[in-house]
Design a protein around this ligand. Structure first.
Ligand SMILES: Cc1cc2nc3c(=O)[nH]c(=O)nc-3n(C[C@H](O)[C@H](O)[C@H](O)COP(=O)(O)OP(=O)(O)OC[C@H]3O[C@@H](n4cnc5c(N)ncnc54)[C@H](O)[C@@H]3O)c2cc1C
Length: 558
C-alpha cells in the first residue's frame, strides 16, 4: 500500500498511484532531467505557482499539507510512482508540499514538457491523466485542499460558495458554524463574526469575508497562469464553458490552435448541474455532469487550451477585426475568431418575492447539497421538462415526498419517455397537472407555497423547499446588437440567416456564412444559445466540434 485512500477507491489504487515500468520511466526521462535527492529535501512547497512533476527512480517522497491540527500525509510515492494531480495540468498552484523521506533519484519534468509528453505519448497520457483525475476525486472526497469554508447551512450564500468550489472541482474543507465545534478562540484568531459568513480561507493566508465568486477565484489563483493581454491575439476565444464551449476547446486545442475560454462561473454549464446524464454516448451507466465537465476541462487543458474562471464576458467589440472581448474586471482579449457558447440561464418564477427565498427554500439546481437540505422533508418541483424529471427522481431518494407541478395536462410532450416512466413508477413522486405556483410565504426561509389549479382552485402547502426547473433564456444580452438574433433572443446562424439579416448586418464577404457562423464573419454560435439548437449535451458538443472545422477555414481566409 502506498497511500491513504478511501475504502471505496481501494480497488482502483493501482490507477490512482500507478507504478511505471522501467521502459515507461525511460520514456518520461526523455522529457526531463534526473537528479539525486536527500532525505528532508522539499521538492515542492504547498502553494507554489510553478512546479514540476517528479517520478521516483529510487527513494521515497511524501505529500503533506499543514492544517490547524498539524501535518496530514496525503500520499507516499515509491519507486516508479509519480507526484502531481490535476493542478499540474491546469497550471494552478500546488495544493500540498512534496518532500523526500528516503534519499534516492527522481526525474524532474517541467510542466510544459509534461504537456508535450501527454500530447504525444498516448500510453503515458492515459496513465498520468487517469491518475491525476482520480487523485482529484480522492482529494475532494477527503477535503484535502488549500481552502477552508466556514459557513452555515442556513446561509444561502454559503450554499452558493460551496457549489462554486464543487463545480470547479476544487477540494475544500467545510466547517459549519451550526454543527461543527469551532471554538470562539479560532473565530477570534481569524477575526470572524457570525455576520461575516461565509468566510473563505485560502492557503491559510487570505481570509475573505462573504466574498464573490470572482474574489474566491482570484484568491485561489484560478486565473493566475493565464496571460490576459490585448496584444496577444488568440486564434480563437470561446465564451462559455458548457458542453458546447468545452467541445470546441478540446477540438481546437488538439488541432493546434491558440485557444482561450472565458467562463462566468464554472466549467460544465447547465450539464454540470445534472446529477446523472444517462443518454450521452459512451457512458452506459450514466455520468454526473460534474464528472463530465471535469474530464472535459482537463482534456482541453491537456491540449493547451486556457480558461478564465468566474469572469463574465461583458462586451463583444464587433466593429473591427481582430475582435475584442471585454471581461468584467476591465481586461480585454483579442481574437481572430470567436465561438459564442453562452448557453441559457435559468428562468425564475413570475412571483414578486421569489428572490428573497433564493437559496433559503427556493433552488434552481438539485445537487447533493440541496438534497441534504431537504432530507426527510417534502419538496415541490415546478416544471415538466427533463431537468425537472431528473431532479424529481434524484430528490425522491432523500426527500419524504416530491410533488411535481406541471402547467400542462401531462409530462409526455415535454419529458423523455424513459424519465416519464421513472417519475410515474416512483411512489414518492406525485405529479399534479394544470398547476402553477402563485405565491410564496415565509420569513428568513420559505414556509408556505400557494399552488393554483385551473379547475379545483388554490391549495396552500406547508412545504419549505421549492425547486424551479422551468427552462432557460439565452445568455445573449451582453452582445449588444452585434449579431442577428431571433425573436426569442437566440443567435441566428448559417442557413437560418435571411438575405435581410445579412444586408442589415452589412455582411462583407462574397461567400455565404458557414454553418454555425453568425452575421459577423469568423464569429460562430454553438449549443443552447443558438436558434434552432437541439438542447442536448451531445448536440452542444457536436456543434462545438463542427464550428472548429469552420474556424480553420476562416483563419485561412485572413
Ligand atoms: C439539470 C439539467 C439536466 C440536464 N440533463 C441532460 C441530459 O441528461 N442529457 C442531455 O443531453 N442534456 C441534458 N440537459 C441539457 C444540457 O445540459 C444542455 O443542452 C447543455 O448543457 C447546453 O450546453 P451549452 O454549452 O450550449 O450551454 P450551457 O450548458 O448553458 O453552458 C453555457 C456556459 O456559458 C457560461 N456563460 C454564460 N454567459 C456568459 C458570459 N457572458 N461570459 C462568460 N461565460 C458565460 C455559463 O456560465 C455556462 O457555463 C440538462 C440540463 C439541465 C439544466
Amino acid at each position: 500500500m502506498t497511500a491513504t485512500v478511501p475504502l471505496s477507491l481501494a480497488p482502483r489504487e493501482e490507477q490512482v498511484f500507478p507504478v511505471l515500468t522501467p521502459a515507461q520511466i525511460e520514456r518520461v526521462a526523455a522529457h526531463g532531467k534526473r537528479r539525486t535527492v536527500q532525505r528532508g529535501d522539499v521538492l515542492i512547497e504547498a502553494g507554489a505557482q510553478h512546479y514540476p512533476l517528479f517520478v521516483v527512480v529510487g527513494g521515497e517522497l511524501e505529500v503533506v499539507r499543514t492544517t490547524c491540527a498539524g501535518e496530514e500525509i496525503g500520499a507516499t510515492h515509491r519507486q516508479g510512482q509519480f507526484s502531481g494531480e490535476l493542478n499540474l495540468v491546469t497550471g494552478r498552484r500546488g495544493l500540498a508540499t512534496v518532500r523526500v523521506t528516503e534519499p534516492g533519484e527522481v526525474i524532474e519534468v517541467e510542466r510544459d514538457s509534461l504537456l508535450a509528453m501527454l500530447q504525444t505519448d498516448a500510453e503515458l497520457s492515459e496513465i498520468f491523466m487517469r491518475a491525476f483525475i482520480l487523485r482529484r476525486v480522492v482529494l475532494i472526497d477527503r477535503g484535502f485542499g488549500d481552502v477552508v469554508v466556514l459557513g452555515s447551512k442556513y446561509s444561502p450564500r454559503t450554499l452558493e460558495v460551496r457549489e462554486f468550489l464543487s463545480r470547479n472541482a476544487h477540494p475544500y474543507t467545510y466547517l459549519d458554524l451550526d454543527s461543527d465545534e469551532i471554538s470562539q478562540e479560532s473565530l477570534d484568531r481569524w477575526r470572524i463574526s457570525a455576520d461575516d459568513i461565509p468566510v473563505v480561507i485560502c492557503r491559510g493566508e487570505a481570509t475573505l469575508k462573504n466574498p464573490t465568486n470572482a474574489e474566491i477565484a482570484d484568491c485561489i489563483g484560478f486565473n493566475e497562469a493565464i496571460d490576459v493581454d490585448e496584444s496577444h491575439i488568440r486564434d480563437l476565444v470561446i465564451v462559455g464553458a458548457g458542453p458546447a464551449g468545452l467541445g470546441a476547446a478540446v477540438y481546437a486545442a488538439s488541432e493546434g490552435l491558440d485557444v482561450l475560454m472565458i467562463e462566468a462561473n464554472a466549467p460544465g454549464g447547465q450539464a454540470g448541474s445534472s446529477m446523472r446524464i444517462e443518454n450521452y454516448l459512451g457512458f452506459p451507466s450514466g455520468i454526473t455532469g460534474q464528472e463530465l465537465a471535469t474530464r472535459a476541462f482537463s482534456q482541453a487543458e491537456k491540449f493547451g487550451a486556457q480558461m478564465i474562471i468566474a469572469k463574465d464576458a461583458t462586451r463583444l467589440r464587433c466593429d473591427r477585426r481582430p475582435y475584442t472581448i471585454e471581461i468584467d474586471n476591465g481586461a480585454r482579449v483579442a481574437a481572430r475568431t470567436v465561438i459564442l457558447a453562452t448557453g441559457a440561464e435559468y428562468r425564475g418564477l413570475p412571483i414578486e418575492n421569489v428572490a428573497s427565498f433564493n437559496g433559503a427554500g427556493v433552488y434552481y439546481l438539485a445537487t447533493p447539497m440541496e438534497a441534504q437540505l431537504c432530507k426527510g422533508e417534502d419538496v415541490i418541483i415546478v416544471g415538466g421538462g427533463n431537468s425537472a424529471g431528473q431532479a424529481a427522481v434524484y430528490l425522491a431518494d432523500t426527500a419524504r415526498r416530491v410533488i411535481m407541478l406541471v402547467r400542462s395536462g401531462g409530462l409526455a410532450e415535454t419529458m423523455s419517455r424513459y424519465l416519464v416512466r421513472r417519475v410515474e413508477d416512483n411512489p414518492r413522486i406525485e405529479v399534479r397537472t394544470n398547476c402553477q405556483v402563485v405565491a410564496l410565504e415565509g420569513g428568513t426561509h420559505l414556509e408556505k407555497i400557494r399552488c393554483r389549479n385551473g379547475t379545483t382552485g388554490d391549495v396552500v402547502e406547508d412545504i419549505r423547499h421549492l425547486f424551479v426547473m422551468t427552462g432557460a433564456v439565452p445568455a445573449t444580452k451582453w452582445l449588444d446588437n452585434c449579431l442577428a438574433l431571433d425573436d426569442h433572443g437566440f443567435i441566428k446562424t448559417g442557413p437560418d440567416l435571411s438575405p435581410e439579416d445579412l444586408n442589415a448586418a452589412q455582411w462583407p464577404l462574397t461567400r455565404q456564412p458557414h454553418l454555425l457562423e453568425t452575421t459577423l464573419p469568423g464569429v460562430f454560435a454553438v449549443g443552447d444559445v443558438r436558434g434552432g439548437n437541439i438542447k442536448r449535451v451531445a448536440s452542444a458538443v457536436g456543434e462545438g466540434s463542427i464550428a472548429v472545422a469552420f474556424v480553420h477555414q476562416v483563419l485561412r481566409e485572413q
